[in-house]
Design a protein around this ligand. Structure first.
Ligand code: DGY
Length: 326
């Protein structure tokens, strides 16, 4: 069978055209969800895959894909891919860093504002025709300006959100595995603090870190208990970093003030408990979803695919050690 690359979800025409200049392409422009069996069938003889965050690429699947050389995720996050399993089999993995920072940061601030200022609740109140008078005391929300923004994770996207927080006169504190250099801390007026200090002193906690074995359920019942009852939690990172059942309980009990969520455990299968709560703003993983940014992400993934298969040196390789094991 002739070598081909697989594009697992619908992408923009120019991306498919670009790939077709270089390879035979099997694509899924119908955008159907490729179940495990379908994905296995389509990937079995592919030399490269342009994947999406819904595609679970693990060891058993890789064992069926003997020709596979590269998996190019159309996202900066890649927790849908077992990178160690790819490395072991000499399969390169790439992501799309850089191109989405500002877009995701805009959306993070939108969730901070929506959840803390209760913007969707206000709109619902109006649409439900409950707005009969302008009251001085109802409905009320909380201030964003001047608050303490605590970042769990402080990479490129976290820093782009911090830039926005500063323009709201916010105080910036952060916690992450590797402290950033002093010059960067100065740029964002950011103080490195312990996880406990961050949780106990932030008015707005922003999660913007990768989902790994170490960060799974980083925010559970204990952490939510440490947070201020007046605090807002925003998750722009990945489902699984938060224990959703614990968050639902905390929101229901009023242990924290509000949450703004773009990601969930087992998405798109949302825990129905969220739908019963009025103090959470729910968004279906749209942080990077602007036309320009999604076009750039798709082209970036395709560029990685072409480079990986033509010279073995894709610009956004996340597992360079795979080159040694192949
Ligand atoms: C990312 O790039 O990781 C985004 O979450 C994808 O939508």
């Amino acid at each position: 069978m002739e070598d081909y690359v697989l594009v697992t979800r619908r992408v923009f025409r120019e991306t498919i055209d670009y790939l077709k200049e270089n390879f035979k392409v099997v694509d899924n422009q119908k955008d159907t969800i490729l179940s495990g069996e379908k994905l296995r069938k389509l990937m079995r003889d592919a030399v490269g895959v342009q994947s999406s965050t819904n595609d679970i690429i693990d060891g058993p699947l890789l064992d069926k894909c003997k020709k596979l050389k590269v998996v190019c995720n159309t996202a900066v996050g890649y927790d849908n891919i077992d990178v160690a399993a790819c490395t072991k089999r000499g399969v390169m993995v790439t992501n799309t860093p850089g191109v989405l920072n500002e877009t995701v940061a805009d959306y993070a601030m939108a969730l901070v504002l929506s959840a803390t200022r209760k913007i969707p609740q206000g709109e619902r109140y109006l649409r439900q025709k409950k707005w009969k008078k302008n009251s001085l005391t109802y409905p009320l929300s909380r201030d964003v300006s001047g608050g303490t923004f605590g970042f769990m994770g402080f990479g490129r996207i976290g820093q782009a959100i911090a830039k926005r927080a500063l323009s709201f006169d916010g105080k910036v504190i952060y916690h992450c595995r590797n402290r950033i250099p002093p010059s960067q801390e100065k740029k964002y007026q950011a103080a490195f603090v312990s996880k406990t200090e961050l949780l106990s002193s932030s008015d707005i906690v922003v999660l913007i870190l990768p989902h790994t074995n170490e960060t799974h359920h980083l925010i559970g019942a204990d952490e939510l208990n440490i947070m201020k009852r007046s605090a807002t939690l925003v998750n722009m990172a990945r489902g699984g970093i938060v224990d959703d059942a614990a968050l639902i309980r905390a929101l229901r009990e009023g242990d924290i003030y509000a949450a703004g969520l773009d990601v969930y455990e087992d998405e798109p299968n949302l825990n129905p408990g969220f739908l019963e709560l009025d103090n959470v703003v729910l968004s279906p993983h749209l942080g990077s979803a602007t036309i320009n940014t999604r076009q750039e992400m798709a082209m970036r993934a395709a560029t990685n695919l072409v480079a990986a298969l033509s010279n073995g040196d894709p610009p956004d390789l996340v597992n360079p050690e795979c080159l040694k094991s192949s």
